[in-house]
Ligand binder design. Sequence first.
Ligand SMILES: [Zn+2]
Length: 152
Amino acid sequence: MIQQRLVLAINQGMVLDHIPAGQALKIMRLLHVVSDQQRITLGLNLASQRLTLKDLIKIENRLLTEEEFHQVSIFAPEATLNYIENFKISKKVRCQLPKRIHGIFICPNNNCISHGEGQTAFQVESALKTVMLSCVYCERRFERDQLVKNYL
Ligand SMILES: [Zn+2]
């Protein structure tokens, strides 16, 4: 099994599994993992029992902060985070949507007061097939992908 081998090949780090296909690259950019110079294995459009197709990211010597875990959850609410120690899964955590997210995404509304404040905050809610975020400052609602564009 290729997947099994991907997991076993890592000594210390994490495997983000069951990412909906198409979201892994966004998550990698969000986490700035490429510039960390750690070894990364990326699996795109892999066969999955739970999803039709899934993405997978394996990163050596890297764990997620709570804040990063929330960011990942917005793009992959169904994902599983596996912590790897000594080539074995030491802990499995299911992603979970945060209720609120601060300081990560920029409000797409140009007239929003948050731009002047230098801080951002969004209420997070899951909607049909996506995740919606409402700006706490201007109260506008956005689909998660609208916020990414601004962030990147
Ligand atoms: Zn706003």
